[in-house]
Each structure stands twice: as C-alpha cells, then as structure tokens.
Design a binder for this molecule. Structure first.
Ligand SMILES: CC(C)(COP(=O)(O)OP(=O)(O)OC[C@H]1O[C@@H](n2cnc3c(N)ncnc32)[C@H](O)[C@@H]1OP(=O)(O)O)[C@@H](O)C(=O)NCCC(=O)NCCS
Length: 364
C-alpha cells in the first residue's frame, strides 16, 4: 500500500491518504484519543495492530486518511476494509472508523478537512459501509440517514455449564465430545456427524479454503468474501487478536471451519462456513468447537446468524438456542464513495439472504 499523491491543503494542514510510514504516529493518536484501543484484546503492540488493520487484502491505496501539521500526523480516519459479494458482483466495504485527532489539535476543523477531502472524491473509493448502529449521536448525524438500510441478526447461545451439558446429553447424546488439545493440527474425536469427518485445529487457510468459499459463495446473496487471503488476514494473523480455528475435513478436503474468539473470560463463535452440500459435517465441527470452548472454561458460546440462515438447523442440533432480541446492523454509503441507490436498496431488501457473523464487525 502506497501513499496517494492526491492531497487537500488548508490553513497549513494537509489531508492525504495514509501510508505504512504513518503507522507509529497513527497508533499514538488513536491510543491517546480512546480510553481503550483497540476494543479487541490483542497480544501485540498497538503499532503492529494498526499495521495489520491497514493491510487487509484489497485495500486500495490511500483508503485510510490522515491530516498532517508540519508532516506530523495529527488527525486520522482508520477503517477496516474488506471485499464483499452482492448478487455475484464484488464491492469494497468499509466497516467501522477510528476517527481521532490529537488533543492539541481539536476544534480546528481538522475533522471537517478530512471529511471535505473524502467527499471531494480524492480518497480512494469504497463502495459501501456496514456496521452496527453508532451509539454516538454526532456520528449518527454525520451519516446520510436516507442512505441507511437495516438488516438483522439472530443471537444464538449454547450454554456450556454442567447443568446444560447434562440436559443436552439427555436430548442429544451425539452433540457432546471429549477433551481436545490446543495446538494446530490437534485432532478432535468427531461426534454428532458422519464417521468420515476429521476435525482438527488449523493455523492458516490454504487453497482448500478458497475451494470451500467458491462452493459456498452462491448460497447467499450477500457475504464478505471469505477467501483464504481474507481469512488469513482476519483470523489467522495473531495481530488481529486471539483466535482458534477448527477445520472439518473429509479425505483431507476442507468442508467447514469455525473461528473462536478468545478473551480472558469468554469465547465466542465469531465465524463459521460450511460446504452447502455437506452441512452434515457441521455437527462434528460444532461439537468439537463446543468442546474447545468448554475446555477454555467458557460458560457459553454465542454466535450471530441471519434469520433463516441455512445453518440454523446445524446450530440447533448442536444445542444452540435462538435469542428473542435480534441485532440490527446497517449498510450505508461511505463518504466520497460511489454507492448507487440501487445497491443500497438491494441491501435493505428484506428478502436478501446473507451470511453475516460476529467476525464481520471490527470489534470482534
Ligand atoms: C472526532 C474528532 C476527530 C473530531 O475532531 P474535532 O477537532 O473535535 O472536531 P472538528 O473541529 O474537526 O470538527 C469537524 C467536524 O467533525 C465532526 N465530528 C466531530 N465529532 C465527530 C464524530 N464523532 N464523528 C463524526 N464527525 C464528528 C464535527 O461535527 C464537525 O463536522 P461539521 O463541520 O460537519 O459540523 C475529535 O473530537 C476526537 O479525536 N475525539 C475523540 C475520539 C472520538 O470520539 N472519535 C469519534 C468516534 S470514532
């Protein structure tokens, strides 16, 4: 990723696309601006995390923006960029934005300078943004309300306490499995699925993950592109946060994977992908994922899925229950982007089938 030559100067300040040379200064500004940054737990430095965040596959040059004063970064917008597929066409999405100014430079209109730079079209163009609704009213005011479209996610929970374990065992003996090991390549004893499935920990995604994505991608209208390049950046790079990835294989072909997000106190099932013609491998995969979460002392396992997702029966069979409070998320046009009204309307279509999970949002 290189710096774009395009810039906007005003009152001695310069707005421009960010480059990797800006990473240490960006890390210093965001850390000073937010009480806790990043929100996700990381085992690396903030500088390494910023570098990771700025280098998702397919990020156009200059997509992240900064304002400099005397060549020092004093204000910035850092995004989380991914590619998505809608009705077979590919788009660049923005998720979340760390918008921050150095305390000494606030109230000088630098936020406005960045916004003008982006709206002026100088910034590389993202096609659409996707996020949970902002809790901050100022942020809400700056979205173009007429361009916002909502979709929904169901929260699924799998309790892991002893009582629920016994209840699940009575209902569904095959959903429970034995102890597992944490190292990559560790094998799980497959239960609750066909006998030919092997579940093991993986530490990266390879060509098998690309084949799985190609087989799965047409089963929904909208999904972030879950190819190996994206998945390795998102989940297998330790700078992204603490994760564990489990793969389900039949004859060494990857037919499904899950990603657990680990914190000091909990685990969440933040992503899952299954081969559409082999949803049956999901039983063994989820049983092993549940075992792993239980071994990590998690009390429950949450997952987000679109209502009506083809994975619902798989989750139910594994002992997950659907919550009654759905989560709303939004699509909207990024500033300076090229989103068409047709695209935004399509994303708000209640019949749009989606594969959206917790891992599609930047704080997980
Ligand atoms: C957000 C921040 C960069 C704005 O800079 P600032 O110097 O305070 O404000 P500016 O004088 O540059 O304001 C310029 C514009 O930014 C807007 N702005 C202020 N806060 C904003 C926010 N949270 N989101 C979007 N726009 C915001 C202002 O309303 C103003 O827009 P307008 O000209 O259309 O009215 C700065 O206040 C900051 O670093 N805050 C702490 C971090 C934070 O809360 N970030 C926002 C959530 S990610």
């Amino acid at each position: 990723m290189t710096e774009t030559p395009i810039r906007l100067e005003r009152g001695g300040y310069v707005a421009r696309g960010a480059s990797l040379a800006d990473v240490p200064a960006i890390a210093a500004v965001v850390q000073a601006a937010f009480d806790r940054w990043p929100a996700v737990e990381i085992d690396c430095s903030a500088v390494e995390h910023v570098e990771w965040k700025m280098t998702s596959p397919g990020t156009p040059a200059g997509h992240h923006t900064v304002v400099t004063a005397d060549d020092q970064v004093v204000c910035l917008k850092l995004r989380w960029v991914g590619r998505a597929r809608i009705d077979g066409a590919e788009y660049v999405t923005d998720t979340g934005a760390d918008f921050a100014a150095d305390l000494a430079y606030r109230g000088r209109g630098l936020g406005r300078l960045l916004t003008d730079f982006e709206e002026g079209g100088a910034r590389s163009r993202g096609d659409l943004a996707m996020d949970l609704p902002p809790s901050n009213d100022v942020v809400r005011e700056h979205l173009h309300a007429e361009d916002i479209r909502s979709q929904w996610l169901t929260v699924w929970t799998r309790p892991l306490g002893l009582r629920s374990t016994l209840a699940t065992l009575r209902r569904q003996p095959l959903a429970l499995a034995g102890a597992v090991s944490r190292s990559a390549g560790a094998r799980f004893r497959p239960r609750g699925g066909p006998r030919d499935v092997e579940v093991r920990s993986i530490d990266h995604f390879d060509a098998g993950a690309d084949r799985l994505w190609q087989a799965a991608r047409d089963s929904v209208d909208f999904a972030r592109i879950r190819d190996a390049a994206y998945l390795n950046w998102r989940y297998a790079d330790p700078r992204s946060g603490r994760r564990e990835i489990l793969g389900a294989f039949v004859d060494d072909e990857l037919l499904g994977w899950t990603v657990l997000r680990l914190t000091n106190t909990s685990a969440q099932l933040i992503d899952v992908l299954l081969a559409p013609r082999r949803l049956d491998v999901g039983a063994a995969l989820l049983a092993s994922t549940i075992d792993r979460a239980r071994e990590l002392q998690a009390h429950s396992l949450d997952a987000w899925l679109a209502p009506g997702s083809q994975y619902e029966p798989v989750l139910r069979r594994a002992g997950f229950a659907a919550g009654s409070d759905p989560i709303r998320y939004e699509f909207f046009a990024p500033r300076g982007g090229s989103t068409t009204a047709e695209l935004i309307d399509r994303l708000g279509d209640p019949n749009l089938s989606t594969h959206v999970t917790m891992g599609d949002f930047d704080f997980n």
